[in-house]
Write a protein that binds this ligand. Structure first.
Ligand SMILES: [Zn+2]
Length: 474
């Protein structure tokens, strides 16, 4: 009998990346910084960094602002990031000088320590910050695991904060699946809770608006059995939505409740924080589910699945920490983590070349690595496989726009608007392009289309500014 595989997918949406571009936090931050309004500058730089955590310039300005606000510890962390993100650049040199200045200001610092720090950072290229480990340690103390595959496409670790426990879970049964499916879903969640040994827990709620985690049942998709979408704020999970499909799209036959259980175990692993996939087909968080083997077998989490999750939740995420459970010891420096993330995503594509989500995640990794050309190429590959992929369209619109490739940006902005005619950000960026081009008529038309479709957009600060700019007489 022919074996067939369907794909399980975990995607992580960095919602802030997609919504903040219009606000142009960095420019606002710089203006406030120059006006010596450091509190406003700080807020804007924090938001700018959220949209692009790997931009060394954003972090440098943020660090400078923190020095003015006398928040030296956080400033030091940020200068450390700059040196890591942009080694051997002028910014790194400035950051080293600033670190010297801080250590003199805060402790009268010893000259020898400062000199050592400066020389370390100018000689090395990949491990500039003095507090980085020499090599990526393996997680042997935590038992056999695949912790490196838990890294998100942007090189982050993303888990729920302990203060959020118990997580509120809402099960949406709009399509009226049988009780067996729901019971099996709940059983899978209970198995994770037991494995977590108190590190994470769940409570069911009836109010969807109150939920941290939402489970939705779907009929069938293009080939996925489940999808987990999460939004994150830096290292913290904010929300997750898991869709569990009930029909095998390859055969048209319904999944058994046991299939749904097995798929739920996988997707809940993504929801909790394992962003990638185990390289071993024996683990539950492997990228492929084999119906012929497992349809009648309730699977269990493997010890490796559990070890990976426990390692994740016991990790010290402070980037300056150096202990055995620190993120740098377990997963390496920020740059090393990004390289691991990219490698993971490219491996996933090799395994499942037909899934557009793989290309999207790889594109995100390239973006985090500052490789815009490959990011554009991979978003385009995702669109080849799924012409309606909104994430790819929005990302291409954003990248072309940031690259000042107005011709392509205009094409993709219009594509997104056609699909999502109330997306304020897209109209704003389109207007900016027309203004850049000096075409104030088109700018005005775009803005009035927006305010007709979305009347409340008139209250949006960026829209107000653009209306003013479009009506300005030179
Ligand atoms: Zn998956």
């Amino acid at each position: 009998m022919k074996r067939f595989y369907l794909i399980l997918v975990g995607i992580v949406l960095l919602i802030s990346m997609q919504t903040a571009q219009c606000a142009d936090y960095f420019s606002a931050g710089k203006a406030a910084y120059q006006a010596k309004d450091y509190n406003t500058a700080r807020t804007n730089f924090v938001n700018a960094i959220k949209t692009n955590p790997n931009n060394a310039t954003y972090r440098y300005y943020y660090a400078q602002t923190l020095v003015y606000l006398k928040q030296y510890n956080e400033a030091k962390t940020q200068y450390g990031y700059v040196i890591q993100l942009a080694p051997n650049t002028q910014l790194a040199t400035y950051s080293n000088q600033a670190l010297d200045y801080i250590s003199k200001t805060t402790s009268g610092g010893t000259k020898s320590a400062n000199t050592k720090k400066a020389s370390t950072s100018t000689k090395t290229t990949s491990k500039p910050a003095s507090n980085q480990p020499k090599a990526v340690a393996t997680a042997t103390d935590n038992g056999d695991n695949y912790i490196k595959n838990a890294i998100s496409s942007s090189g982050n670790v993303t888990i729920w904060d302990k203060s959020r426990m118990p997580l509120k879970v809402y099960i949406n049964n709009d399509i009226k699946v049988k009780a067996d499916y729901i019971n099996q879903t709940k059983a899978a969640l209970a198995e994770w809770q037991a494995a977590g040994n108190g590190l994470f827990s769940f409570v069911y709620v009836n109010n969807p608006a109150a939920a941290d985690v939402t489970v939705i049942y779907g009929r069938k998709s293009a080939g996925d059995l489940g999808i987990t979408k999460s939004s994150n704020n830096n290292n913290k999970r904010e929300k997750s939505t898991i869709t569990l499909y009930t029909i095998n799209s390859a055969t048209g036959k319904p999944l058994t409740p046991i299939d749904v259980h097995n798929v739920a175990l996988h997707e809940f692993g993504h929801m909790l924080g394992i962003n990638g996939h185990s390289p071993s087909e024996n683990d539950r968080i492997y990228s492929v589910y084999d119906f012929t083997k497992y349809s009648n077998t309730p699977l269990k989490l493997t010890q490796r699945d559990i070890n990976t999750m426990l390692t994740l939740y016991n990790m010290d995420l402070d980037p300056t920490a150096e202990g055995d459970n620190s993120i740098t010891k377990l997963l390496g420096s920020e740059q090393e983590r990004q390289n691991i993330a990219l490698n993971n995503e490219l491996n996933y594509i090799k395994e499942v070349p037909s899934n557009p989500v793989g290309y999207i995640n790889a594109a995100k990794s390239y973006e985090s690595n500052g490789d815009t050309n490959n990011a554009i190429a991979y978003y385009n590959k995702a669109l080849e496989l799924d012409a309606n992929n909104k994430t790819a369209m929005i990302s291409l619109a954003r990248l072309y726009f940031n690259n000042k490739d107005d011709k392509n940006a205009e094409i993709y902005l219009q594509k997104v608007i056609a699909k999502d005619p109330k997306n304020i950000d897209m109209y704003c960026n389109l207007t900016k392009i027309y203004l850049r081009r000096g075409d104030r008529l088109k700018a005005k038309t775009t803005l009035s289309t927006l305010t007709n479709k979305v009347p409340e957009a008139k209250q949006n600060a960026t829209v107000k500014e653009l209306i003013k700019a479009a009506n300005q007489v030179k």
